[in-house]
Design a protein. Structure first.
Length: 88
């Protein structure tokens, strides 16, 4: 079997134990779940709660929108500019 570019990721034992405890507590309070199932949800919650990340992402998105809007405006102004011979 071919190896992947991203090899096996070792999880430090203290982190693994903490994740297992979290999964056990979640299972006790809600429904049975294993650690691997919880991790993507934990990452999503973390990213959604990171105000700095959200702020930078919003700034980046606004910049992209401005670039697209600016390019469209330039294309429109070039298309409506009268030709050099005076005709529109």
């Amino acid at each position: 079997m071919a190896d992947l570019k991203l090899g096996r990721l070792p999880i430090p034992e203290p982190l693994k134990e903490e994740l297992d405890r979290y999964a056990a507590e979640h299972s006790r309070l809600y429904e049975p779940v294993d650690t691997a199932t919880l991790i993507p949800h934990m990452l999503e919650a973390f990213i959604r709660s990171d105000r700095g990340y959200r702020s930078r992402r919003a700034q980046s998105e606004r910049g992209k929108t401005r670039q697209r809007t600016g390019a469209a405006a330039r294309a429109t102004s070039v298309a409506t500019r009268p030709d050099s011979d005076g005709s529109a």
